[in-house]
Structures are given as C-alpha cells and as structure tokens.
Design a protein around this ligand. Structure first.
Ligand SMILES: NC(=O)c1ccc[n+]([C@@H]2O[C@H](COP(=O)([O-])OP(=O)(O)OC[C@H]3O[C@@H](n4cnc5c(N)ncnc54)[C@H](OP(=O)(O)O)[C@@H]3O)[C@@H](O)[C@H]2O)c1
Length: 230
C-alpha cells in the first residue's frame, strides 16, 4: 500500500484528500499547522489507524526540517502540496493589497511549496515511482488573467512554475510532478457558492495523480483532466 503525505490536511480539500486516501487503504501522513486543534482529522485518524497527524507550517523552515527529520529514510509515494491561502480579491485600487499581505501570501503559496518539496524530495525519490502534486489554481494561468486577486494569481502562477521546474529536476530521479487546479470547491476558501464538493475534487485529483507518469510529468490540468495553460 502507498504512503501519501498531504499538507494543509486539517480542513477543505486537504482533509478530503486525507479521507480519500485513508479510505483507499493508503498510509496517510496528514499534516496540519496546529494538530492539537485538528478535530476533523482526529476523527478521521480514529476511524483509520493508518492515518497519522503530523505538525507542519509550510512557511517555517524549522518546521519543515523537523518533519523531514522525523520521516528520514521513509518512502513517500504521493506528496501533495495542498496548503494555500487566498489573500485580497480586489484590483489595483484594493487597499488590502498591502506589501505585508504580498509577503504573507507568497510565503505560503510559493515559498511553502518549495520548502515542502525540498524537505521531502528524497522520501519521494525513495518510493520508486513516487509522484508530487502541486495544488495550484486555474487563476494562476496567465491565460485567465482577470485583473483581480493579484496576490493569489501571481502566487499560483509561481507555484505552477515551481512544479514545472521540479518536474525537470526530478525526472532523472524517477519522480513525476503534476500541477493541478482542484476545481472551484466548496471550502472556506472557495465559499458556499462554489461548483463542487470537496469530496468530488479530492476523488478527481487522486485519479489524476494516479494517471501521472514520467511521460506526462510537468502537466498542468484540472481535477477532471482538462489541460490548463501555464
Ligand atoms: N477552494 C477552491 O475553490 C480552490 C480553487 C483553486 C485552488 N485551490 C487551492 O486548493 C488548496 C486547498 O484549498 P482549500 O479550498 O481547501 O482552502 P482552505 O479550506 O482555506 O484550507 C487551506 C488549508 O491550507 C492550510 N494552510 C494555510 N497556511 C498554512 C501554512 N502556513 N502551513 C500549513 N498549512 C497552511 C490551512 O491550515 P489552517 O487551518 O491552519 O489555516 C488549511 O488546512 C489551496 O492551495 C488553494 O489555493 C482551491
């Protein structure tokens, strides 16, 4: 059975990914910034003994190093960099587009993805056939530039770019990397008016990740397999 590590697994799409993989019998390393308050994950862990809750703040290099040290030598078949934040949704005149918020959003959505993958790349390589999924967004595609949500769009474009570069660097090591748009999903981030339930997104993403190979590495697509331009 495979081992799957998911960042930001305490709520939203990450929680549903944890539920999906645990339900399929995988060993799940479900990470959360604050495991002590991750009540939904705790319930999931009670029902699935193969699910372990681990602490990870993706913006904190010490937290990343601590996690990597605790998993040293352990193979991770699927690494899903899911943790993310949205930031202000307005245009140029939105006063909440502050330099501080730029730094905060980039820290999670870009630096956080880099630190996560750097910390655990050896574990994925050790899995033989290991795969890395970067949860970006269609909003990060430059062909979908709507002139709003600047921080989020730029950060998700950068996350997709990281995925493409990881794909190039890790291909010789046998690791495939995919970049994914999870759909517009009913979560705290997506809102109640979004298109699809988290479980639908998670099932679709898991299916796409199973399709990922060294031939398709570097792909950018949505949860249903529709291609997205970088
Ligand atoms: N929902 C959508 O429609 C949609 C569409 C496109 C892309 N996405 C992407 O899908 C991913 C999941 O989104 P979601 O809708 O599930 O969002 P969500 O419900 O807001 O959940 C975000 C998750 O990220 C975690 N997180 C935030 N900052 C973190 C940090 N510094 N370290 C570790 N974890 C951190 C949160 O943990 P805390 O609970 O501790 O804050 C939470 O578990 C994100 O990357 C998002 O950009 C979502």
């Amino acid at each position: 059975m495979i081992t799957c590590l998911i960042t930001g697994a305490n709520r939203g799409i990450g929680l549903e990914l944890a539920r999906h993989y645990a339900g399929s019998g995988a060993t799940v390393l479900a990470t959360a910034r604050h495991p002590e308050t991750a009540t939904e994950l705790a319930k999931l862990a009670a029902a699935h003994p193969t699910l372990q809750i681990l602490a990870l703040d993706v913006t904190d290099p010490v937290s990343c190093e601590r996690l990597a040290a605790s998993l040293k030598g352990r193979a991770i078949d699927r690494l899903i960099a899911n943790a993310g934040v949205i930031g202000p949704r307005g245009g140029l005149a939105d006063p909440t587009n502050t330099a501080k918020l730029w730094a905060d959003v980039l820290a999670v959505n870009v630096t956080g993805v880099f630190l996560t993958v750097r910390s655990l790349a050896d574990n994925v390589t050790a899995a033989k056939g290991g795969r890395i999924a970067i949860i970006s967004s269609r909003m990060g595609s430059s062909t979908a530039a709507a002139g709003s949500s600047y921080l989020y769009r730029a950060s998700k474009a950068a996350a997709a770019n990281l995925g493409a570069n990881f794909a190039t660097e890790l291909k010789p090591k046998g690791v495939a990397v995919g970049v994914y748009h999870p759909g517009w999903v009913k979560t705290d981030m997506g809102g109640a008016g979004a298109d699809i339930a988290p479980a639908v997104s998670a099932a679709g993403l898991a299916q796409r990740i199973e399709h990922l190979s060294l031939t398709t590495t570097g792909v950018f697509e949505d949860y249903a397999g529709a291609p997205i331009a970088y």
